[in-house]
Design a protein around this ligand. Structure first.
Ligand code: ATP
Ligand code: MG
Length: 449
């Protein structure tokens, strides 16, 4: 157990006293408080940091709570039975309380690449020496422990580098975090070019927070993004998938999508979609917009959104362009649709590593679009009992709302679902044949156009 109450670096903070800010313990998750108090009792220093403090200061509800401390990951493991050390690039500790996971990080220093560290500095002064940079200056591993002021400065944005302590209830600011919160802007700590080069994902984070908080990106932090966007090409598709999901499922997909285009970073995540927007049929483009609006309103209502539906929608224009290139008769249609769906997914996987369970489901949502159109009893039964029916039906409604003329198909399925057995039987008997004939005729007509 540590006994020292001195925390080096603390003297560099601007201190905002408890009556000067709106962070209150009642808005903090009890588990986060438990961790803060337990660490304090054990003689360590622990702070709430990151999005939790930022959002509380803004009067928003934080998504999760992050803790920063001078306890090492090993200390934390000893102190909390429910703690797990995770990550290699960046060792952090997850403390699990039921469904809530608290992320606890040990104070780290922002450091120069090792080969640039002055040889006069005795190595033992570089605590927890374990760091590596790539030849482009990108941080590969980052486990050099440091003081709290150093920890603040290695964070990405000033508004993400505010600390809250339950030992005095103050907010500590080591950069211009509070001021930037008031000015409502995302400002990179340090030199933006250098910091984006270290970790290009920070450009995506700038966009994500700007959209979510309705903040501007400070001028000097915004200026180099277009020029450095290509660095995102060196980020692993797995990490880009994680970021993409965060970008589109934080409840602000509509403004995020706009900013991704404005800053020219979107093409490294959803390149095929953005390319297709210029040439795809209007209804397919509109479907993307509507899906993003839908996603945001679902999240606002506390409903879940599935990555499968999201990708099915984002890639719909890409799929439509592929299908337009194919001209085949009815028999081959199913196979071609299948091939086009596969190719569309493969194309996306080069950008983001969408896990297979999601791509499978996206493909099912698309393939059910074909099955929902066939109105014989067998295909109706199989579509209706398909585990992805609900998503596919929602997708169908979205297509119609986007302007596709599907001959009242959405309404038909709505009625079918609410109908009882007899009504369903009647619907099958009445609609199956005439509708099929009408659809065939109109298809032939449009093919001749
Ligand atoms: P939210 O959880 O609301 O999405 P957040 O700011 O808490 O936002 P996290 O990804 O949870 O974001 O990260 C927690 C904190 O860790 C951030 O606030 C920031 O201080 C720091 N951080 C995260 N990612 C980076 C990064 N790539 N570079 C520098 N600092 C980072
Ligand atoms: Mg967070």
């Amino acid at each position: 157990m540590k006994t020292s109450k001195e925390l080096p670096g603390l003297e560099k903070a601007t201190v905002i006293e408890r009556d000067q800010h709106r962070v209150s313990r009642k808005d903090i998750s009890p588990n986060a408080l438990k961790v803060l108090y337990r660490l304090g009792e054990a003689g360590y220093h622990a702070f709430l940091v990151g999005g939790g403090v930022r959002d509380l200061l803004l009067g928003n509800k934080p998504k999760d709570f992050d803790v920063a401390t001078d306890a090492t990951p090993e200390d934390l493991k000893e102190l909390f039975r429910n703690a797990r050390i995770i990550g290699r690039r960046f060792k952090i500790v997850h403390i699990r309380f039921g469904r809530e996971i608290l992320e606890v990080t040990t104070f780290r220093a922002h450091h120069k690449p090792l080969n640039e560290i002055d040889d006069d500095v005795p190595r033992r002064q570089i605590r927890g020496l374990d760091s590596a940079h790539s030849s482009t200056g990108m941080i590969l591993r980052d486990n050099v422990y440091g003081d709290i002021d150093e920890d603040a400065l290695r964070r990405d944005f000033t508004v993400n580098a505010l600390y809250y302590t339950v030992d005095g209830f103050q907010v500590l600011d080591f950069s211009s975090g509070v001021e930037d919160l008031e000015q409502r802007q995302m400002r990179v700590i340090g030199d933006p070019v250098e910091r984006y080069k270290e970790d290009p994902v920070r450009m995506l984070r700038a966009v994500r927070f700007a959209a979510k908080l309705d903040f501007a990106i400070a001028e000097k932090s915004a200026a180099p993004i277009n020029r450095l966007a290509h660095l995102l090409g060196s980020i692993s598709p797995a990490r880009l998938f994680d970021e993409t999901l965060k970008l589109f499922t934080a409840g602000f997909a509509v403004p995020t999508f706009k900013l991704l285009q404005e800053y020219e970073v979107g093409e490294y995540l959803i390149g095929p979609t953005l390319d297709a927007l210029d040439t795809a049929p209007h209804a397919a483009v509109r479907l993307v917009e509507l899906a993003l609006e839908n996603t945001d309103s679902r999240i606002a209502e506390g409903k879940s959104v599935t990555p499968a539906f999201l990708f099915a929608a984002l890639l719909w224009p890409v799929l439509q362009l592929r299908l337009a290139d194919m001209q085949s008769d009815q028999q081959q249609r199913h196979q071609e649709f299948h091939d086009a769906a596969n190719a569309t997914i493969m194309e996306q996987l080069e950008f983001t590593a969408v896990p297979k369970r999601f791509t499978m489901a996206s493909r099912e949502i698309w393939e059910l679009q074909l099955r929902l159109q066939r109105r014989n009893k067998r295909s109706i039964d199989s579509a209706f009992s398909h585990p992805r029916f609900r998503a596919a039906y929602d997708f169908l409604l979205l297509r119609e709302e986007a302007g596709e003329d599907l001959d009242g198909l959405g309404q038909w399925w709505t009625d079918y679902q609410i109908g009882d057995t007899k009504q369903r039987g009647d619907m099958l008997a009445v609609t199956a044949k005439p509708r099929n004939r009408r659809r065939k005729r109109s298809r032939r007509k449009s093919a001749g156009n």
